[in-house]
Design a protein around this ligand. Sequence first.
Ligand code: BG6
Ligand code: MG
Length: 448
Amino acid sequence: MGLKCVIFDLDGVLVDTSVFHGKAWADLVRGEGYEPPEDLEDRVKGISRMESLKIALGENASHYSEEELTALADRKNACYLEAVKTVKASDLYPGARALLDGLRAAGIKVALGSASKNARAVLDGLGITGDFDVISDGTTHARGKPHPDVFLGAAWMAGVTPAECIVVEDAPAGITAALHGGFIAVGLGPEDFLDQAHVVVDSLEKLGVDTLQALHAGYRIPTLEGPSALPAIELVPTQDYDLTGNGLPAAWESLPWTLLQQTGGESGPVPSTRMKMRYSESALYVLIEGEAQTIQGPIGAGDPAFLTEDHISLLVMPDPWQRIYLDYKLSPLGHDVTLCVANHMGESAAYQRWSSQEELCVQKRIRVHGGSATSGATVSGWTMEIKIPFTMLAPIAVMPPKAGTVWYGNVYRVDTEQGNRACLSWSAGPGEGRCHDYAKFGKLQFGS
Ligand code: BG6
Ligand code: MG
């Protein structure tokens, strides 16, 4: 899924009309005998005409009837239209022409996503109306930003999904709108003003087609660390079979092990943990082996939605654009929890039990080696075999995955020996809490 469309906001992104909006509002308010708010120009960026009027008038808006407010907005608009009559091709922001040309040459669609009802007049003044495949603006969508409507409308008209687009915006309300719509948001302007954007640049000259494509490909990594930096497992196809708990049948043997690394907890030696994965037409199969001295059972009452005991967590995110993934937790004692996690850039995450019919649940078989499968028993290790039916994941992505599909995920282990807790992880930054950092999830590459 490559970059198929770039959606540009207009005012403040392609041309400096924000200053005309700001001045027209300030003049109107002063004409009414009030002092406009100091930061008026910034505050109305991206905001619809009527909402902007309320911001411009502040509390004084209550002195007017709806008809009077509409008349005021019309007056402001007349002044604004007079001002934008002067807009000409040379007012196009530096870098805009080259970027529009580059996108066209690369076969990437160009869309407008502006809250303004005057967008076409401004595009005409700039002489760039013909550069746009799609124009979504205040005349096609009533709700302004931060509602995502104009961007969703632009994507819809361009025949692409939000996941295939990048939005370029200069206003915080526009960045919020883009995020609500599920778009990658590039901020144009000061970094502290646009801190919600995935990336902020100070000029369109910094945005070449290559840069935008790389940003799109690396979206799961807001820092723009390339996806090639992620670890990967090549999944080979297999026939379906019943789990044995010890990595049989022999088909597992030819596959290489992937080691988990220590990522948090005690600094002493941690038990070696390794895994393999493969897939059939109907399920993902995972084999995990861990060394262990003892098995720590549940600690305290705890939250039944999570495991307090030694366990592994298998995180599987089939569609990174959704930021929704499976978190299957399993202890060597056989306790398991199946959760659905909705995670927004680590800032907020919701955990829900994964409800599904019995035949669609995760299947597991466990063998404990060198001791009994009881809490506190001395053992030498364990083997877990896990089978995740694809039908289970159908609510969050297209199933089954085909050869060439890439999913993202992580496997981590929480292990306590003599009171020392350690965390091992396949793919994550340092620190136990980073195991859910989906930007760093490894790649599950479905092979043929
Ligand atoms: C946005 C501007 O593009 O359009 C806002 O950033 C403006 O400042 C809004 O209020 C609506 O514009 P118009 O031209 O329909 O009044
Ligand atoms: Mg703008």
